[in-house]
Write a protein that binds this ligand. Structure first.
Ligand code: ADP
Ligand code: MG
Length: 325
């Protein structure tokens, strides 16, 4: 059994199973991303993991100890498991420092001051420590909520959609903060998201949640390159779902799906302007600039194909597509 473990966890709402037989575990310092669409059960699962909501079947274990049912407790939850909800619930007129300090109100002042300073540093909040919460950016609010959740030492941190309201620079910054937290404190972290990029870039391992079921668990690399099915392939990034024999000379470098098709990521495709030995011929239909590359839409026989290329290609031109090794 892992440091933190969910065993056969299921939950029923209105005669419907919204969480179905979830099994996974985390080691200390591990960051587990749960990727799923809205309504797939992410928040429900997180609340069960926090001990705030009882599962109808299965259990949650921390260091070999079963969590007590929420319904048995005056204040549900577990002292070593902290959750940050989607709405941060900060006190708007209070400063960042005061918001964090409040979580430590039962401790001695000397300890409190020291611990708050440590958290401000850990969560990159020193520059805004004396700003009232209502004036913070989304990223600063999220980091303050995390700092407050971690005010008392914890073993597990659960984050519900931590990136939801953040722009790109703040997302990168929060990613760094969470990674450093896990490295420096050894805390095990589960975050849920509907954004594949966030899940892929932050998780040490991740899981795909679909209609309450975990349909694949693995490292981001494995999930991205060998998706369990077409749903996972499309959820985790841009992909071509093609007939099995589309790249018949490259079958070994294609990821096969249970429905018989193959999944090919656009960046795996190599576009050439002149014929190649095994290249599949295609016609350029559309070209879109995406920053690091151009996305080229191609028509090859009856199939549409997206590939990434480093330069513009003229519309209507005949090109040849191979797969990179
Ligand atoms: P997500 O966080 O992935 O959007 P949720 O965990 O909030 O998904 O919800 C999963 C499913 O459970 C949804 O169909 C939702 O309507 C249902 N659900 C969530 N909370 C409750 C509740 N308190 N009572 C009844 N149904 C609920
Ligand atoms: Mg949710």
């Amino acid at each position: 059994m892992s440091f933190f473990q969910l065993n056969s966890v299921s939950k029923i709402y209105h005669h419907q199973w919204v969480i179905k037989n979830i099994n996974f575990g985390l080691s200390e310092g591990e960051i587990f991303g749960l990727l799923g669409e809205s309504g797939s059960g992410k928040s429900t699962l997180l609340r069960i993991a926090a001990g705030l909501l009882d599962a109808d079947k299965g259990n949650v274990w921390l260091e070999g100890q079963k969590l007590r049912p929420a319904s048995d407790q005056l204040i549900p939850g577990h002292p070593d498991i902290k959750i940050v909800h989607q709405d941060y619930n900060l006190s708007a007129p209070l400063t960042v420092r005061e918001n964090i300090n409040y979580a430590l109100r039962y401790y001695e002042k000397a300890y409190r001051d020291e611990r708050v300073n440590e958290l401000l540093q850990l969560c990159q909040l020193e520059a805004v420590a004396e700003h009232p919460a209502k004036l913070l950016s989304g990223g600063e609010k999220q980091r303050t909520a995390i700092a407050r959740a971690l005010a008392e030492e914890a073993k597990v941190l659960l984050l519900d959609e931590p990136f939801a309201h953040l722009d790109l620079p703040n997302r990168h910054r929060l990613t760094e903060t969470i990674r450093e937290l896990a490295e420096q404190t050894g805390i095990a972290c589960i975050f849920v998201t509907h954004d594949a990029n966030d899940a892929l870039s932050l998780s040490t391992r991740m899981g795909i949640l679909k209609e309450g079921q975990l349909i694949q668990i693995g490292t981001p690399e494995v999930i991205y390159t060998s998706p369990a099915d077409a749903y996972v392939a499309e959820l985790t990034g841009e992909v071509n779902l093609l007939e099995a024999d589309f790249f018949k000379n490259y079958t070994n470098s294609c990821s096969k799906l249970p429905d018989g098709r193959i999944a090919v990521r656009p960046e795996k495709c190599l576009l050439s302007l002149s014929p190649t030995i095994y290249g599949v011929e295609a016609i350029v239909k559309r070209v879109v600039f995406e920053g690091s590359h151009y996305k080229i839409y191609l028509q090859a026989a009856s199939q549409l194909l997206k590939v990434y290329h480093h330069e513009v290609v003229p519309l209507g031109k005949s090109v040849f597509v191979d797969l990179k090794p």
